[in-house]
Design a binder for this molecule. Structure first.
Ligand code: HEC
Ligand SMILES: [Cu+2]
Length: 350
């Protein structure tokens, strides 16, 4: 006789399920494949609590099945009521104490990990980056190095990097699942956390606190490079000449249009305190346009002509008179030339 489902059908369903679950863990955007200290500590706790829960489930199921079989009403037995055990002190004590012990087994390592991840004792001797969350982009200020950038956060592998985070508007949350846990980014106080990434690579970051219509598009990347490459990147960024004349007539016209259209009111090139829009010093090296689009010229033109269609509610829409596609093309030609470093998301493995 055929079962309720043919073998091939079952295999198909199983394959689909495996594919579906595999989609849950996008590489470089998953807490389940930790690539950093904070993520690893979280993973240890996930494993511990899951094992305890599976254990509890199995014990309860075994007792349940035994009770089901052993205490069935036998044939011929009328009005059978099992022995009543309410108020049994021994049993009551046992099933109160066991859960308390289980909760303690979970709580103690959780509290230890929480304090460990809040440790700021190495902050004064480590790299510090001031992070500002904005609707819907991230600003990174390396104060001691006098470097400002946005969207792509560069850090050296194997070192603790302290992030001092604040918001310029509403509450955001900074989350790079592969490297560490989340941290709220508030308008009224500075929260500090550290990232310690083990391996070089490009890791995906997300805003994890609903902050407006484009909240789900508030992505960023953490670019982890070797310490030597990081030093190189820092010196490349420090040596940028914001006045440099771009190559080619189209790009030069683009630079003039960039200046004429009010773009510089919000966008700085070079280290500058202007922070109403992303700093564009290394825009040509970015892994994305506006945090979410592939870094192509077409996408950049689309963004400049109509940012609203890409990120609803963003703070650039309507800030300048309308720009034709041709003008946007010249500006794009100019912005794509802002490539101060050989150390890029691509060289780090994007
Ligand atoms: C009122 C301030 C303001 C003005 C003026 C402005 N922008 Fe923006 N711009 C922003 C903001 C804010 C963002 C980030 C939007 C987001 O991601 O939510 C942005 C994003 C961008 C980005 C993407 C940056 C990145 O790191 O991916 C580019 C490129 C850009 N703007 C170009 C321009 C150009 C060109 C002009 C002039 C025609 C201009 N902007 C005028 C505020 C402004
Ligand atoms: Cu946000």
């Amino acid at each position: 006789m055929k079962g309720w489902m043919g073998k091939s059908k079952a295999l198909f369903l199983f394959t689909m399920l495996a594919l579906f679950l595999a989609g849950c863990g996008k590489e470089n955007l998953t807490a389940l494949e930790p690539k950093g200290y904070g993520a690893e500590r979280s993973m240890d706790l996930i494993i511990l609590t899951t094992l305890i829960m599976i254990g509890v489930f199995l014990v309860v199921m075994v007792i349940y099945v035994i009770a089901l079989i052993k205490f069935r009403r036998k044939k011929g037995q009328e009005d059978y009521i099992p022995k009543q055990i309410e108020g049994n002190h021994k049993l009551e004590t046992i099933w109160t104490v066991i859960p308390i012990i289980l909760v303690l087994i979970i709580a103690v390592p959780t509290v230890i990990a929480t304090f460990d991840l809040a440790d700021e004792s190495q902050a004064s001797t480590s790299l510090n980056v001031e992070v500002t969350g904005n609707q819907y982009w991230w600003h990174f200020n390396y104060e001691d190095e006098e470097i400002v950038t946005s969207q792509d956060l560069y850090i050296p592998a194997g070192e603790r990097v302290y992030l001092n985070m604040q918001s310029s508007d509403v509450i955001h949350s900074f989350w790079v699942p592969s490297i560490s846990g989340k941290m709220d980014v508030n308008p009224e106080n500075v929260n500090t956390m550290f990232l310690e990434a083990y391996e070089e690579g490009v890791y995906w970051g997300k805003c994890a606190e609903l902050c407006g219509p484009s909240h789900s598009l508030m992505d960023f990347k953490v670019i982890v490079v070797s310490p030597e490459e990081f030093d190189q990147w820092v010196s490349d960024m420090q040596n940028v000449d914001p006045e440099q004349v771009p190559e080619g007539a189209v790009a030069q016209q683009g630079q003039a249009l960039f200046e004429a259209n009010n773009c510089m009111a919000c966008h700085a090139i070079g280290s500058s305190p202007v922070a109403t829009g992303p700093n564009l010093t290394n825009f040509g090296d970015r892994s994305t346009v506006a945090g979410i689009l592939e870094p192509t010229k077409e996408n950049l033109v689309e963004w400049i002509v109509d940012p609203e269609s890409i990120k609803p509610g963003n703070k650039m829409t309507g800030a300048y008179p309308s720009i034709s596609e041709e003008e946007a093309n010249s500006i794009a030609e100019y912005l794509m030339q802002l490539k101060p470093s050989e150390i890029t998301p691509e060289s780090a493995g994007n």
